[in-house]
Design a protein around this ligand. Structure first.
Ligand SMILES: Cc1ncc(COP(=O)(O)O)c(C=O)c1O
Length: 424
């Protein structure tokens, strides 16, 4: 038995003793036979399946309700156990020995698994700490033509916009901001981008799922638009990975970065970066690599001393994620969203922001009431959400992002708390 499998199998045995029939399918599927799962729990509202799953998320038993999984999620118990075990192991030996003998092996297994999940070449992937790190490395490292322009939208992640603005200032490139308010149809989005992208555009940031609205952008079509104009396409997949099944090969984008601690529920501080093989020479390594590594992905991998135990635990999270499956996760997230949205009184002051492609992220807004005050009221009830500002219209949104282990009772509590809010 591999050292990875041990804690999860221990858990399986424990669970089998508790309630053999109901848990068997789920846990077997974790490691052994995903096909077993296909008969059960395919829908987002299969109560028995999700009730069993919930038992394995420590946060579900806490008083705090995290409705901010869009920032960062928490791991399930078997992954938590593996993670803690790795921390202990690392701390009880020379940590670089742990990195050499355990860390590297599991990083390779994780990259193999992620390359299958997002359909790309394994060798083009680098495991790092988060999407911010990946996107900043790409933006800092990419060699852009003198006198060219770069395009980003006001709904992109602000720190990636900042990285682009810094680069433009330093390298005297033109920064073009696309200022539109979501939601919009795919055609409208595409038209808006085409007013900004031209033959002098060298780089376009494409956020696959926006962090404020949870809007799914037409990535493939936007990548094609970049190609037609000879610009690099860089996909921010921080909110996409783990929620929507997708293929990097199909997108055919040049660059891609994501966090694994959001919707894949891997340990906090884990992410990935992808650079298309043909574009390797176009993106220098920002970290201090050796000259001899200039033509290899090693130039992106020298990240210094970091949390090797977290990196080594990503593989357990990927196994867990695969056992549930991205499509089933999405169905669950859509079911939960629909559930609370139907319970919310639409005639009340807080309105739901429309979203054609529902997922784990949704937002509320109000014309007369402050969502900042609503957030504080919810926090006093131990319900944690996030306020985000749509820059194009200066409007605050209250972002609501539950996770698969939440249940109807949690969401009733959330909706009741909104109904109890004393209007100001
Ligand atoms: C679209 C998007 N990009 C990038 C990030 C940055 O993610 P991280 O803080 O994990 O680096 C976020 C975080 O919420 C995001 O939503």
């Amino acid at each position: 038995m591999s050292e990875l499998q041990y804690p999860i199998l221990t858990k399986i045995n424990e669970i089998r003793r508790m309630d053999r029939r109901s848990f068997l399918g789920f846990f077997q599927s974790c490691l052994i036979a995903p096909a077993v799962l296909e008969q059960v729990g395919q829908e987002g509202n299969d109560r028995k399946y999700w009730r069993n799953l919930r038992k394995h998320y420590p946060i579900a038993a806490s008083r705090m309700m995290n409705l901010n999984n869009g920032s960062v999620g928490t791991v399930c118990l078997p992954v938590e156990e593996k993670w803690f075990e790795n921390i202990k192991k690392m701390n009880r030996q020379a940590p670089y020995e742990f990195e050499k003998h355990v860390g590297q092996r599991f990083v390779e297994k994780s990259l193999q698994s992620i390359s299958k999940m997002i359909d790309c070449d394994q060798e083009c992937l680098v495991l790092n700490r988060n999407a911010t790190e990946g996107l900043t490395n790409i933006i800092e490292g990419v060699k852009l033509k003198k006198g060219s322009n770069v395009v980003a939208a006001s709904f992109d992640y602000p720190y990636s916009i900042n990285a682009l603005k810094h680069k433009c200032k330093r390298e005297r490139l033109e920064f073009r901001s696309l200022d539109i308010t979501l939601p919009m149809s795919d055609d409208e989005i595409l038209n808006a981008y085409s007013t900004k992208i031209d033959e002098k555009t060298s780089f376009v940031l494409i956020t696959a799922v926006t962090h404020r609205e949870g809007a799914l952008l037409p990535v493939k079509k936007l990548v094609n638009l970049c190609k037609e104009n000879g610009a690099y396409s860089c996909v921010d997949a921080a909110q996409l990975i783990g929620q929507f099944s997708h293929s990097v090969k199909h997108y055919d984008c040049d660059f891609y970065a994501a966090s694994l601690h959001k919707w894949v529920s891997a340990p906090i501080g884990t992410g990935i970066m992808y650079v298309k093989k043909e574009k390797l020479k176009d993106v220098r390594g920002v970290f201090a690599s050796y000259e001899k590594d200039e033509n290899s992905y090693v130039k992106y991998k020298h990240l210094g001393t970091r949390n090797f135990a977290s990196e080594a635990s990503v593989y357990s999270a990927l196994l867990w994620h695969d056992a549930i499956g991205t499509d089933r996760k999405l169905k669950r997230l859509q079911y939960l969203q629909k559930y609370w949205q139907e319970k919310l009184d639409e005639s009340g002051p807080f309105k739901i922001l429309e979203n054609e492609h529902a997922n784990g992220l949704a937002a509320l807004y109000s014309d007369g009431q402050s969502v900042v005050q609503l957030k504080k009221h919810l926090a006093r009830n131990n319900i944690h959400t996030k306020v985000v500002k749509q820059l194009s219209n200066n409007r605050n949104l209250l972002r609501i992002s539950p996770n698969v282990y939440h249940n109807e009772k949690d969401l009733d509590k959330f909706v009741d708390a909104i109904k109890d809010y004393k209007l100001k």
